[in-house]
Design a protein around this ligand. Structure first.
Ligand code: AN0
Ligand code: CP
Length: 317
């Protein structure tokens, strides 16, 4: 593996889960692999889990980690090509990226969808510039369309908790006051499609995700019907994908909040969410505080997914 930006980069998914299980059981087995190597983590957006778990993963592999928050202390970066730079941005990505590459061996990048242009977001304009100009392996720490380190951790978590070979997994939209990217659900769909699980997506009309991701998936507009017999409920809000509403909140329908009554329709199912989560919008206190909520072990597995990925990249440097 050189870059890690989507499910295809991980190769065989069953082997990837086995590698992750090994990493989880033996977190310091490769603590010399990253000796004298530096990982640079670049954040264009806020983060708690990704920031900490990816650093922890790098440290477990013996790497040094440097973190840069682009919006706090760095020069504002121009991202458009061919513009006259007479505005408020003193530096262009075209210089900044290779300079950052010269200081490290692996680059992690977090750059969310900006919702200014669907085409720019869905062509992964920023992430691809890092791949093109940094000269280094690039790891997506949530880009415009995907969050693969999260999805890999989600898969590892489902494999740990599943009680039957082919569990029923349901991705449900839930309400949220601010527009959020489609990256987490897109990515989750992509990883679930790579398994042999029974997988169902449920959301209100108008919240259809890009067919590039959901092609071939079962979509059920009746949330309660979707929940019936589910082993895992994966809740997430996302903003509209379809034009003319791209990037907008078109409904905050609280009847979609995950509550106890709906969880009772499931097969004693587990509740999952990538976090951060807004309580009593996405999910009631009662559900997230219940023994069936596995959001904390899910977040803990972010170290495991990151370490498994970084180890593969280091082995191929
Ligand atoms: C982000 C999102 O929905 O993509 C990050 C989730 C990991 N969430 C927020 O911005 C609240
Ligand atoms: N789940 C996740 O990526 O969380 P952060 O945004 O806090 O990194």
């Amino acid at each position: 593996m050189r870059n890690f930006t989507c499910v295809n980069d991980i190769g065989n998914i069953k082997e990837a889960v086995k590698k992750a299980e090994y990493v989880k059981k033996n977190p310091f087995a490769d603590n010399l692999l990253g000796k004298n190597r530096t990982m640079l983590l670049i954040f264009f957006n806020s983060s708690l889990r990704t920031r900490l778990s990816t650093q922890k993963a790098a440290l477990n592999l013996g790497m040094n980690a440097i973190v840069l928050d682009i919006n706090q202390g760095a020069w504002k970066l121009e991202t458009e090509l061919g513009v006259v730079m007479d505005g408020d941005k003193p530096e262009h990505l075209l210089e900044a990226i290779p300079v950052m590459g010269s200081y490290c061996d692996i680059i992690g990048v977090r750059s969310f969808a900006r919702f200014e242009s669907k085409e720019d977001d869905y062509s992964e304009k920023i992430l691809n510039q890092f791949i093109k100009y940094s000269g280094r392996p690039v790891v997506s720490m949530e880009a415009a369309t995907r969050h693969p380190l999260q999805s890999f951790a989600d898969l590892i978590t489902i494999e740990e908790y599943k009680k039957r070979e082919r569990p029923k997994v349901v991705l449900t939209w839930a309400p949220h006051p601010k527009p959020l990217p489609q990256a987490v659900p897109n990515s989750f769909v992509e990883w679930m499609k790579a398994t042999d699980y029974e997988f169902v997506i449920t959301h209100p009309h108008g919240y259809e995700l890009s067919p590039e991701f959901t092609n071939g998936c079962t979509i059920e507009y009746d949330q309660k019907k979707a929940f019936e017999g589910a082993d895992f409920i994966y809740a997430k809000n996302w903003s509209a994908y379809n034009d003319p509403d791209y990037g907008k909140v078109i409904s905050m329908d609280k009847s979609w909040t995950v509550d106890k009554e709906k969880m009772e329709l499931t097969n004693n199912g587990y509740f999952m969410h990538c976090l951060p989560v807004r309580r009593n919008m996405i999910v009631t206190d009662e559900v997230i505080d219940s023994p069936n909520s596995i959001v904390i072990p899910e977040a803990a597995n972010r170290v495991v997914s990151a370490q498994t990925v970084l180890k593969e990249i280091l082995l191929n440097l």
